[in-house]
Write a protein that binds this ligand. Sequence first.
Ligand SMILES: Nc1ncnc2c1ncn2[C@@H]1O[C@H](COP(=O)(O)OP(=O)(O)OP(=O)(O)O)[C@@H](O)[C@H]1O
Length: 642
Amino acid sequence: MTLLRHHLQAPAALRNLPSQVAAIRDAQRAIRGCDPQTLRAHTSQLRTFVQQGATVASPKVLALGGAIVCEAVDQVLGKSLYDVQLIAGIILAHGAVAEMQTGEGKTLSGVMPAVLHALPGRGVHVATPNSYLAQRDFETLQPVIEHLGLTAGCLGDDAEHGERADAYQCDITYAPGYAFGFDYLRDQLALRSAAGSRLGDQLRQRLRGAAGETRLLQRERRCAILDEIDHVLIDDAISPLILSAAGDREAPDAAIHRAAKQIAATLVPATHFTIPEDRGGLELRPAGIDAIYRESTLANDPRLRRAWHEYVHLAIRATHQFQRDVHYIVSAGKIRIIDTSTGRIFDDRTWNDGQHQAIEAKEGLRITSEQTALARITRQRFFGMYEVLCGMTGTATGCADELQEFYRLSVVPVPLRVPSRRQTLPTIRCRTAEEKRQRIADEARQCQQRLQPVLIGTHSIADSQQLAERFEQQGLRFALLNGKQDADEAELIAAAGRAGAITIATNLAGRGTDIHLDPEAAAAGGLHVIVSQHHAIDRVDRQLVGRAARQGDPGSVRFYCAPDDPIFRQAPWIARWLERRLAPPRDDTPRSDSRLAQMIAKQQSINQRKQACQRRELFQRDLATQKLIVTPRTRNAQGIEK
Ligand SMILES: Nc1ncnc2c1ncn2[C@@H]1O[C@H](COP(=O)(O)OP(=O)(O)OP(=O)(O)O)[C@@H](O)[C@H]1O
């Protein structure tokens, strides 16, 4: 496996973090209150020094670089960076991963390493899990970066080629992680078509040049700073990035998808096909194949793009393995994919190999033609190309080995600034999802009555809607945040910390969401987080829990569980164990959750390992082929196309 990245992390350098913080504080004292011109002169001086060969994490650069950033943050935002934020910044400057607990201030911690890594003048890419966070961080930090005489840009989802290229010319560019990967693929395609054209070298030269409309988007991959690094490099890395040609016409094989849907509806699970608990792996049985060919005259239809029974296979998967409002939503006559780990909607992405069309047929929508994959790369290979890779997360535990194995990244924990005041209340076990909804409504009402804000995290949009219906029936005042609502996400989040607020949310309100408490809400106990069901991966649960009791605030959390929770589908023994304990005569005395918690943690770690294996396989296949441009179309197991 060949990764181009240099490995800056030097364990020795990371051992004396407090003295490096002290050096920054000393240097800041010497420049405190200086005017912006002086700050900019220091930036230029450091830039020259680094361009002459000093490393970004050398003591002198780190001390003065850290000091000018602290001073700029102070002058522009009126905030003084905490020691723990400087520690995180130093870890990133050394090219490692800082594990900083949720709410400890990662956004501001990221500005110092971004400025330091920008000094060589070769660009820094700051990757966030989604465009909302990229825009938010860019807006917060751009004034600080400009105060230091550097430039910052942000790649909006709808930005045109020229705007994107301009953003890449900045010293620091903010974007969701996938955007950097897709732009890299776009550049590779542009280079490939230039190479194939008569103009050859001349055109390629132009693409590489700074001027002209057809210029390349990216300069080079010098440094990537990944906020929520486990999300960008682990959770998202389960599928490759696939750049596709748009295909919005009606599919030539639309009628075949519709016929396949009708046949699929006549087939019986277990007799005609097998369905495993996890997605994928659905298989037709011999009786199923017989029935498919017996019932139809389509086997030799000239419009077929694949064997006739494969269409029926896609239709069965569409019915049994893709749930509306869990895996996708239907809006404006289109299927839009939901990212199940963040609850966000992936715009402009489609499932590949006919699956998207089978789902369109299932929903009775217009069936679009399949998109043609043009180029693809795994995130593992893409981010492995950066010379310097570093990042932050509150949830590195559970994936530190994978970060080391794939990216050779060390994880360094950052201590808490102030001890956490988060109270974990005993888990409430319910017999059914229905009972759970009622008990959650009761608890939310009690919180509202005592003016404590409450955030209820749900697994899917469908769950959030069912809960919302129950709350409505009971006359509770609440807000719903699930990616389907019209109200602005930022506004809903701003309101979620007000006294007596109830917010029902999918994982949208997980990573990066900063809920501010008003004084009355803080006095009532701070934000109370209800985790309505455990997620398959425990890092997602920990991110939701991390919305409460941030920065020393008060706050509490409670988990709910029931035997019919999705996580127990792969672990029916835990559901049975729970059922036995819930059987009458029922005893509702709150008790230690340790046995249940252990079983759930074990299942979550099994899930994590399974996904790690899938990622490893994907990466190895990608490294083996080393192919970027797809000609002709290639297939992949679960890729989502963009
Ligand atoms: N030095 C500081 N001085 C004052 N307030 C700060 C400082 N650093 C961070 N904050 C505030 O702390 C809150 C949490 O910061 P932030 O959202 O960056 O945390 P986080 O670690 O990224 O959280 P998460 O892990 O949930 O993404 C924000 O409201 C931010 O403005």
